[in-house]
Design a binder for this molecule. Structure first.
Ligand SMILES: [Cu+2]
Length: 76
């Protein structure tokens, strides 16, 4: 999935347990992925960089740099 124009695209996805998601920052500014309840972070994702994540359960996340950016992962 990608981050572009200040949005996670798609911002709501369903994956199977064991799947790995790759976030690619196609924007011109840095972003991060911050989990909403546990607070862990991807670390800053500079433009053009990517981050891989294998969710084990449903996650709500946002960008701590731009807190209006939000997304949800559902794990089946
Ligand atoms: Cu951001």
């Amino acid at each position: 999935m990608v981050i572009e124009q200040m949005k996670f695209v798609p911002d709501n996805i369903t994956v199977k347990k064991g799947d790995t998601i790759t976030f690619i920052n196609k924007d011109i500014v840095p972003h991060d992925i911050t989990e909403a309840t546990e607070g862990w972070k991807s670390g800053k994702l500079d433009p053009g960089s990517s981050w891989r994540f294998a969710p084990q359960k449903d996650e709500n996340y946002f960008c701590s740099i731009h807190v209006v950016m939000k997304g949800r992962i559902k794990v089946q």
